[in-house]
Design a protein around this ligand. Sequence first.
Ligand SMILES: Nc1ncnc2c1ncn2[C@@H]1O[C@H](COP(=O)(O)OP(=O)(O)OP(=O)(O)O)[C@@H](O)[C@H]1O
Ligand SMILES: [Mg+2]
Length: 402
Amino acid sequence: MPLIVEQNTTNAELFLSVAGAGAKVVPTLEELRRALAETPEEHAVVLGPAVDLEAAAALADNLRITRPAVSVILMRRRVDTAVLAEALRSGMREVVEERDLSGLSDAIKRAFQVYRAVTGPSSRLDEHPVGRVVTVFSPKGGVGKTTIAANLAVALATRDKTRVCLVDLDLGFGDVAITLQLFPARTIADAVALESDLDFAALEPLLTPHRRGFSTLVAPVQPDAKDSIPASLVSRVLAILKANFEFVIVDTSPAFDEHVLQAFDETDNLLLVTTLDVPTLKNVKIACETLDLLNFPKARRHLVLNRADDKVGLAPEKVESTLDMKIDQAIPTSAEVANATNAGEPITASHPKHSASQALFRLADAVTGAPAAAAVPEADDAARAKSRSTAPKRGLLRRQAR
Ligand SMILES: Nc1ncnc2c1ncn2[C@@H]1O[C@H](COP(=O)(O)OP(=O)(O)OP(=O)(O)O)[C@@H](O)[C@H]1O
Ligand SMILES: [Mg+2]
């Protein structure tokens, strides 16, 4: 991921905001050389406006011979012909004005294309998958999918050295970015153009880091962008993320659309969210029948009862008997949950001792302890694969009122 030389903290934060998760700021060219030596897969070096032009040119001159896959991107307060001439002479790939953050973002993207052209496609996908995909789904809108997914990401990321990525697959109306008060430079829609040779090095710049230590891949801003995202991209993206994160948490739309169906194919643990109301229960029941049709293994389904203490005349036991499933985790109702969301900080982060947070931490424990796909009997998966060719692929449930 891009290495940025910048001492000014405001600039550093701005550059980092467009450089993608994993980008690193170093204060001096000396530090940069050290960091570069430790990062053989680096594709871009960004030199902040205060870096001396002559020293920058010397570095670029050296890198074009020793590390031709690394693009040098020079940031300048003002770009004039003298700067451009020097940049051209020394082999820098881009010169960008200090305030032109979208220009910097595009330059980093082009740097990656150069890297790919020089090094060829990455083989990292062939490495063993290290993680598991945990999908949070309900056929009903507004039951708490995004709240649970975001809190799960926070809870899992608090564990030492656990790499977590939260993916917003509610491609039309995704709320992850706003729920977490993120201002992403890239969304999953930016992966469409890269699909043919998408790998982690290409995907990583599209991730937005969250201050609680996890990464996010957010949904497009415009709802109609969903139509341009092929369902096959979802599988590819999740498979790549699974090879690079311990946990990939997927937030979904309240419908069995083709993107969500693709996500199910990559899902190790499916959290089915319900609440104590009859229409939701009815829809979750139909969803379970659909999952049966799709041969989605029962061992990988987990029932989460949100707003578990709502006094609405429907008991949790009724939910269990109707769905023929045990409730794996119940999360209480609390205004604090919604308050925390509205303040842009999931409750597990802002009030970790709150009873709702404790329930969400227990859910994270249950997810960690649950068997992943690899542990589910093979026969189950074989039957599932067979049935996928005959099972209905889309429109199984209509999107419910949100
Ligand atoms: N346990 C809870 N107690 C109180 N409020 C909650 C709880 N869980 C979720 N909420 C609130 O309910 C609202 C809907 O939650 P959320 O956006 O997570 O649902 P969703 O299933 O993702 O909705 P959609 O289908 O529209 O994406 C939010 O305002 C959220 O703060
Ligand atoms: Mg949601």
